[in-house]
Design a protein around this ligand. Structure first.
Ligand code: F0G
Length: 459
């Protein structure tokens, strides 16, 4: 087969700034060894997130000029609503400024003390919004999904037996919603099969519980279904997407991922009573129901992006470019979470740096070295982000995995950028014995990874 090429020509470019290793050492030191505190200008290849970092198409930019900025009933809203409704089949479409705003509205209506929300794996903002309401969030990933080295098709699947047991234990009246996240970001960008989505819906229905999708990366998930699930090879991605949504009673969506825009999101559902309550909150916190937290031009760009994301040449290139990075790293012996997911490669920091214990943050050591060596910015998803200290014993409790995520922005980098990333990761891996751990010099009480400062441990 011939090389899968980027399915676009480049019309507008943004130069990137080159720095020397010496400059980067200083920049890193000034940022307290926390890549979140580095100015983006000083980053050569930014793999911090795939969220809001997409390159928009010429048609999306043209749509920006078409944006109708009327307060109420803007033309752009109706285009956005029509596209979203056709794609998802949901009756009520409520625009929000990003995914977490949709979550905040949903869980402030359905959440509260004594309520429980199961998911394959909640993303951090979803969990935080549930907990903020006073409710509790639970993850039900299959055992296979938790195994970082197993190669399997649908490691994002929900554990159906555990889910049903949980519903019986807690009582369906205390579970306002069952959710599935496609693809499973927190679990490595792994896809969920159609069979699993359908069976989750069946279980939820049996107990009279609504079923929602966290749909951020719905198109990437659908492409995996086409490639991997029996019976879907001859279906179009659009048909697969429609089938996925047909099982759900609603969704939350961050348009910053699979709608190829820099800002936006929505909440959608079929229940008119829920929609009315959501719109009432929307008016207080986001804006009038025909713009939510967005400008008319943003709604145009989302509508266009939702169409472009279903282009199968695009999706083939997208999934292949992530897989390509994963393959090159695996060939060089770099331990990564297998198989490569839809939007990112996750380096397994425990196996990469077995001599640095979790409380000395092996993932942070890799992230810092990768910036030093190549000006590449990734993110630690391990003990810095999720580690806890037991209040009574003062003992450090690490999360199960120590990962470094290299998320690939959509339509932004070319194959040679990715080849460069491969070279830098391999260089860091070759010199891994020289790496040292890190210790906090400043730590905020909540979401500490965003603002923490560190020092290298010298011993
Ligand atoms: N759900 C999932 C699965 C996500 O990955 C994100 C964001 C959200 C919800 C929240 O959406 O950012 O628009 O408010 N993920 C980004 C990331 C931040 O880097 O993975 P948002």
């Amino acid at each position: 087969m011939k090389t899968i090429i980027e399915p676009f020509k480049i019309k507008s470019v943004e130069p990137i700034k080159f720095t020397t290793k010496e400059q980067r050492e200083l920049i890193l030191q000034e940022a307290g060894y926390n890549p979140f505190l580095i100015h983006a200008e000083d980053v050569l290849i930014d793999l911090l997130t795939d969220s809001g970092t997409s390159a928009m198409s010429s048609k999306q930019w043209a749509g920006m000029m078409e944006g109708d900025e009327s307060y109420a009933g803007a033309k752009s809203f109706f285009r956005f609503e029509k596209t979203t409704r056709e794609l998802t089949g949901f009756k009520f479409i409520i625009p929000t400024h990003q995914g977490r705003a949709a979550e905040k509205i949903l869980f402030s209506i359905l959440g509260g003390a004594g309520k429980y929300f199961p998911n394959n794996t909640h993303f951090d903002t979803t969990r935080a919004n549930i907990e903020y309401s006073g409710a509790e969030a639970f993850d039900f990933l299959t055992e296979l999904g938790k195994d970082t080295s197993a190669i399997a098709d649908f490691k994002g699947d929900m554990d159906l037996v555990a889910l049903e047991k949980f519903i019986k234990e807690k009582g369906p009246e205390n579970i306002p919603l069952v959710m599935i996240t496609v693809t499973n970001n927190a679990g490595g960008g792994q896809p969920v099969s159609m069979g699993n989505i359908r069976k989750t819906k069946e279980i939820a229905s049996r107990y009279g519980i609504p079923f929602f999708l966290d749909a951020c990366r719905f198109a990437e998930n659908a492409f995996f279904i086409k490639k991997r699930e029996k019976g879907y090879a001859d279906k179009s991605v659009r048909e697969i997407v429609k089938e996925m949504f047909s099982y759900a009673d609603g969704c939350t969506m961050s348009a910053k991922k699979d709608a190829l825009v820099n800002m936006g999101g929505f909440l959608a559902m079929n229940d008119s009573d829920l929609a009315m309550k959501a719109r009432n909150i929307l008016i207080v916190t986001e804006g009038f129901p025909t713009y939510g937290g967005l400008a008319g031009r943003d709604l145009e760009a989302i509508a266009q992006g939702l169409d472009e994301i279903l282009d199968e040449h695009y999706l083939q290139y997208r999934i292949r470019s992530v897989e390509y990075l994963g393959e090159k790293l695996t060939d060089a012996g770099v331990p990564i979470l297998q198989p490569p997911g839809g939007h990112a490669i996750y380096i397994d920091a425990k196996r990469f740096l077995p001599d640095i214990p979790p409380h000395e943050f092996p993932g942070q050591a890799i992230v810092c070295e990768l910036y030093k060596v190549g000006g590449i910015r990734g993110v630690e998803i391990g003990s810095v982000m999720f580690g806890k200290t037991d209040k009574k014993s003062g003992k450090f409790i690490p999360p199960p995995l120590e990962l470094v995520r290299l998320a690939i922005p959509r339509r932004v980098y070319t194959q040679s950028h990715i080849d460069y990333v491969v070279e830098c990761v391999i260089e860091v891996f070759a010199n891994r014995k020289k790496l040292k751990g890190y210790a906090f010099t400043y730590e905020a009480p909540m979401l500490r990874h965003f603002t923490a400062r560190f020092k290298p441990i010298t011993k």
